[in-house]
Design a protein around this ligand. Structure first.
Ligand code: MG
Length: 378
């Protein structure tokens, strides 16, 4: 980064907690935590957060204890996002909170689970989106306060949940219209999507290497930046075993991508000439971005992962099994809405069985989903 003030280069763009639009149900200030620190702590203490431990990231739980699950993935995203926020001079607490909450609405069985719930809801002219489901969790499903439903998070955290990975279109849904659909979210929220990508592109490569899904020469051929790094690692540590050389190289790939994220964002901010949080919001495009070369490396990694990992026979088999399980459970509850747990049965009378069945299944961990499937249909 070529920055005039390398200490806190974009401090004027930091979303300070005093700027917050506040909480739905007003609360007194805490004596020593900022509003965003309180939100972070509320997320960590939520049940839905703990359930992430038993949700698949890519590799199903039970195959190995070394693979990421959705909770450890979330921690890796938080760590990367926080580093980026601190280096740019943004609000670390808001960024950390958004990273910790970014997958809180993820259904069981990773993307296969999300796709199947979406497919099920399309039969009723509706859809399923894990970010919107995450918003509903923090707005109402978490029941742990006497004075309000949900976690009563600040506006900016709720806004970040629905806007971290895409911009909204004004009028697209009544539920989202209150989240400034015509404006970009603050930089702290914009960081999350790319920190997520850096985290999973590199972590999935790591887990897939452990699982023996590719050979080193295959990734070197597919990702030129990896090949360059590999050459220098081999020269520096010729006697190290391949697994350790791989980890040395992977660390440098993470650094390359995070540096690309910092440099790309700094350049975009300088080009846009924005100097306030409001100007960030009103700018027509997101300002957090990778440099062109880091983006190219990211795309190459992703293509490689799709070819060798996500579409591998091992994971495809697993995906078919989990899709079938969700579809059969959904159909079972359609036939037997009386088998839903009591609070869901009551909601089903208000908002109709499909939405409630979808929310119930989306909240399940992989393990719970398997148990209930075997109980009801096994
Ligand atoms: Mg994620």
């Amino acid at each position: 980064m070529s920055l005039a003030n390398p200490e806190k280069p974009f401090a004027s763009l930091r979303f300070r907690p005093e700027l917050s639009r506040g909480r739905r149900y007003p609360e007194l200030a805490h004596p020593y935590r900022t509003e965003f620190q309180r939100d972070r702590d509320r997320v960590i203490h939520a049940r839905a957060f703990r359930r992430l431990e038993n949700k698949t990231q890519v590799f199903p739980a039970g195959v190995s204890d070394h693979f990421r699950n959705r909770l450890t993935h979330t921690m890796e995203v938080a760590q990367i996002a926080r580093t980026v926020a601190a280096t740019l001079g943004l609000d670390e607490d808001l960024t950390e909170t958004l990273a910790l909450v970014h997958d809180i609405g993820h259904p069981p069985f990773a993307h296969a689970g999300e796709d199947e719930l979406r497919r099920q809801m399309e039969r009723f002219g509706e859809t399923f989106d894990h970010n919107l489901h995450g918003l509903r969790i923090v707005e109402s499903f978490e029941a742990r306060y006497a004075r309000f439903p949900g976690l009563n998070l600040t506006f900016e955290v709720r806004e970040g949940i629905v806007k971290h990975s895409r911009d909204l279109t004004p009028g697209e849904s009544a539920e989202l219209d209150g989240y400034l659909p015509h404006l970009r979210p603050p930089l702290e929220a914009q960081i999350i999507d790319l920190a997520d990508e850096v985290a999973y592109n590199t972590a999935d490569l790591d887990d897939a290497y452990s699982a023996g899904l590719f050979r080193i020469d295959e990734v070197l051929a597919a990702v030129p930046a990896f090949a360059g790094i590999w050459e220098s690692v081999e020269m520096q540590f010729p006697g190290a075993e391949e697994r350790v050389q791989f980890l040395e190289a992977l660390r440098q790939v993470i650094n390359l991508l995070v540096s690309g994220l910092l440099d790309g964002t700094a350049a975009a901010i300088e080009t846009a000439g924005v100097t306030s949080v409001d100007a960030v919001r009103e700018h027509p495009r997101r300002l957090v971005c990778l440099t062109e070369s880091a983006a190219a490396t990211g795309r190459e990694l992703k293509r490689f992962l799709h070819r060798k990992v996500y579409n591998s026979e091992e994971l495809l088999k697993e995906r078919h099994r989990s899709v079938r399980m969700i579809a059969e459970l959904f159909a079972y509850y359609e036939r037997h809405p009386e088998s839903l747990p009591a609070p869901y049965r009551e909601q089903a009378e208000d908002s109709g069985p499909p939405r409630v069945i979808c929310a119930y299944i989306a909240g399940m961990t992989d393990g719970y989903c398997q148990r209930i499937y075997h109980e009801l249909l096994g």
